[in-house]
Ligand binder design. Structure first.
Ligand SMILES: Nc1c(NC[C@H](O)[C@H](O)[C@H](O)CO)[nH]c(=O)[nH]c1=O
Ligand SMILES: CC(=O)[C@@H](O)COP(=O)(O)O
Length: 137
């Protein structure tokens, strides 16, 4: 059975709790197990949590879910750019799939609610990578 770690951002919690549920349901539907869930304050804080999970020997892949809704400034862009870059770094540095189920930037709350399924896509992507990636030599 594939074992996943899940990182869930608490910012915009009414939306991310739906995303957490979508992620757990997708894992269950695929016959995978989420052995550890780490809740972080916001998306910006996700890379360290993803790194800690990726270091656990039982974790095959990590899915990260969160929602960054536009405020009055470009701060949403700063958060998502930093998080996406550092999550990609974690994946390569730990040789472990880390998938991006983060919605935004440039997104309203209504658009965020329409995109909660992206959490399930992140889980499905993580499982696809676990089965498709060749073993390292
Ligand atoms: N505005 C959003 C945030 N902001 C918080 C940051 O992600 C971070 O928790 C804080 O700067 C402390 O390091 N986070 C989201 O997930 N979504 C937002 O819309
Ligand atoms: C990205 C956000 O939702 C928020 O933390 C920043 O809002 P603002 O751009 O109004 O400072």
């Amino acid at each position: 059975m594939t074992t996943l770690g899940l990182v869930v951002a608490q910012f915009n919690r009414p939306i991310t709790e739906q995303m957490e549920q979508e992620a757990l349901e997708a894992a269950h539907a695929a016959g995978a197990e989420v052995s550890e869930t780490v809740h972080v304050p916001g998306v910006y804080d996700a890379p360290l949590a993803a790194d800690r999970l990726a270091r656990l020997p039982e974790i095959d892949a990590v899915a990260v879910v969160g929602s960054v809704i536009t405020g009055d400034t470009d701060h949403d862009q700063v958060i998502t750019d930093a998080a996406a870059q550092r999550l990609a770094d974690v994946s390569l540095e730990r040789d472990t799939p880390v998938t991006l189920g983060v919605t935004g930037p440039g997104m309203s709350a209504a658009e965020a609610r329409e995109r909660v399924e992206n959490a399930a896509k992140a889980v499905d992507g993580a499982l696809d990578l676990v089965s498709e990636l060749p073993d390292p030599q």
